[in-house]
Design a protein around this ligand. Structure first.
Ligand SMILES: C[S@@+](CC[C@H](N)C(=O)[O-])C[C@H]1O[C@@H](n2cnc3c(N)ncnc32)[C@H](O)[C@@H]1O
Length: 334
């Protein structure tokens, strides 16, 4: 009989990181139930609306989702959807279904997360027809793979892998037809523009692990964009409280060093093979979102202390980087 591996500190730490996937989904579920934005699919991943969240949390999630979606949609429009998207640490994210409904599907949408998260996501997909139907509809042959650990269809692929083990992740992605620069002699036209997305993910890895991932993306895709959403300005009292709160749940922000400033967020890309990089805190992003819709969501719930929202938004950022051999003009998207 195979002996059981002892339970280690790393297991506990990884388990705490995996638990953040539910935090994100539960908060998004609550905000959508209040009408901050529409997501008809998230209910299949978290059935109940759950405990009330404070209005500033809901507004923060609104800014996060709208900000990331704006960049993502702009990339899809620029490339006329002739591209691929890789969502690293995707958790129970529902973007694939949104893009299908919005007629903005890339050639293929890849997701990576820890195998246990992926197994859960696939279970929901298998058992909920509103999730599985769009995948079947966008698949043309009879070769659809849907087992306990991976999903592969013509347009959507989910794999279980540890983002800190890049070669294993790359090997799995290539098995499912990830289009890369290193796949032998190909014409430039064959190489698809690629968008890599990390939403609240890199902060859970050490700076050297995340820069390895950022460099891998720069070296693997010749026309590409990277979007990263995560903490910033973490070296003040508010940041310290955030760190301590997570620490209480055994969850370490191993990459918090890089979340010191917008400058560092940009630099990490420029130092790892990307040609252009930008970073904005979420106060700036919030102010750049369509103000009519911002007005609408601000009327949904009364916010007592505006300062709380400001503090929260000041501690998150979106950074994005690009490199391009084919000139797509994807440098300034906001
Ligand atoms: C805060 S959640 C965010 C989920 C999703 N990106 C979203 O914004 O809704 C972080 C996700 O990253 C995943 N993750 C973190 N480190 C990882 C690693 N080393 N390998 C694979 N997945 C990882 C977690 O399992 C979790 O699903």
């Amino acid at each position: 009989m195979a002996s059981r591996q002892p339970f280690t500190d790393t297991d506990t730490a990884d388990e705490a990181v995996r638990a953040t996937c539910d935090d994100a989904t539960v908060c998004k579920r609550f905000a959508t139930s209040k009408g901050y934005w529409k997501d008809p699919y998230i209910q299949y991943f978290v059935r109940s609306v759950g405990e009330r969240k404070a209005p500033e949390i809901n507004r923060g999630y609104y800014a996060r989702v709208q900000g990331v979606n704006r960049l993502l949609d702009a990339f899809l429009k620029k490339t006329q959807c002739d591209c691929q998207i890789i969502n690293l640490g995707a958790g129970l994210d529902t973007t694939f279904w949104r893009l299908k409904d919005d007629n903005l599907m890339p050639r293929k949408f890849f997701e990576v997360d820890f195998p246990t998260i992926v197994a859960r996501k696939i279970h929901y997909i298998k058992t909920k027809p509103p999730l599985s139907k769009p995948i079947i509809e966008t698949h043309s042959t009879d070769s659809l793979l849907l087992d306990a650990h991976s999903l592969d269809s013509d347009r959507y692929c989910i794999i279980g892998a540890d983002l800190r083990n890049i070669s294993d992740m790359e090997e799995k992605l290539k098995k499912f037809q990830l289009n890369t620069d290193s796949g032998g002699p190909r014409t430039a036209a064959y190489l698809l523009p690629t968008l890599v997305l990390t939403e609240c993910v890199l902060v859970y890895m050490s700076p050297s692990q995340s820069s390895g991932l950022i460099r891998w993306a720069a070296e693997t895709f010749h026309t590409a964009m990277f979007i990263n959403y995560e903490q910033v300005n973490m070296y003040d009292r508010f940041g310290q409280v955030m760190i301590e709160n997570l620490q209480r749940r055994q969850c370490t922000l191993a990459g918090v060093e890089t979340c010191q400033s917008l400058e560092l967020q940009k630099e990490r890309f420029l130092r790892s093979g990307w040609e252009h990089a930008n970073a904005l805190d979420m106060i700036a992003v919030y102010s750049m979102l369509p103000q009519e819709d911002v007005g609408r969501i601000e009327r949904l719930e009364f916010l007592d202390e505006l300062e709380l929202l400001q503090q929260l938004l000041q501690h998150y950022s979106i950074s994005w980087a690009s490199k391009e051999k084919l000139s797509l003009g994807i440098i300034w998207l906001f």
